[in-house]
Structure formats: structure tokens, C-alpha cells
Design a protein. Structure first.
Length: 115
């Protein structure tokens, strides 16, 4: 199963269903429609659920539409978006950078052990 990591502040949004898409650059996992994915907290490494990729679109950031952004966290400006992804990937990201948009469904939350 392929793994996708989310920052801690995004985990509750994924679990609530408010966030049902993610944007990835430089996809080294070859994520595609139908892939089952394990969802992990980036900071803790803890698995918090599983899901299935239901749709994939690749395009430059400059060509993102409101539909592409639906189900993703909101950025106040494009500059904030580019800064965020430049930080995540530790390299410059701008309007011409290609983003892979992944929508996922069939979310199953992983229950924490209470021993």
C-alpha cells in the first residue's frame, strides 16, 4: 500500500471529510486512480487511516480552477500557496510548477489502541 503523509494540522480536516484531496509535486510513488493509500501524520509517523484514490489531474499551478481546489485547504493568496509548497519540498515552487491533484474517498479511520 502506498503512503501519503499529511501535516498534523490537516489530519482533522481529512478525518472530518472536509479535505478529500491533496496536491503533490515530484510524485515518486506513481500515485494513480484506484491506488489504496495509507494516510500518515507527517510529524508523528502515525497512521490515521486508509483511503482510495478516485481521481487524478496534473497541471501547472497557474491553471488550477476552483474545481481543482475544492476539497483542499484554502490559501489566501497564490504567493502563500507557492511559499507553502516551496517549504514542503525545499525548492522553489511557482505558477509553472506542475502539481498532481489527487482526490480520495472510501476513507477508513484507523482506531487508536487504548491499552
Amino acid at each position: 500500500m502506498k503512503i501519503i503523509k499529511f501535516r498534523s494540522n490537516l489530519v482533522p480536516l481529512v478525518l472530518s471529510g472536509e479535505k478529500n484531496s491533496t496536491w503533490r509535486l515530484f510524485d515518486d510513488k506513481d500515485l494513480t486512480i484506484g491506488d489504496s493509500i495509507e494516510l500518515k501524520n507527517w510529524e508523528t509517523g502515525e497512521t490515521f487511516g486508509t483511503a482510495k484514490i478516485s481521481r487524478v489531474v496534473e497541471k501547472p499551478f497557474a491553471e488550477l480552477t476552483p474545481e481543482d481546489k475544492f476539497g483542499h485547504e484554502v490559501f489566501q493568496t497564490d504567493e502563500e500557496m507557492y511559499r507553502t509548497y516551496s517549504h514542503y519540498y525545499q525548492q522553489p515552487v511557482g505558477p509553472d510548477s506542475t502539481v498532481k491533484i489527487l482526490w480520495f474517498n472510501e476513507l477508513q479511520e484507523t482506531k487508536k489502541s487504548t491499552q
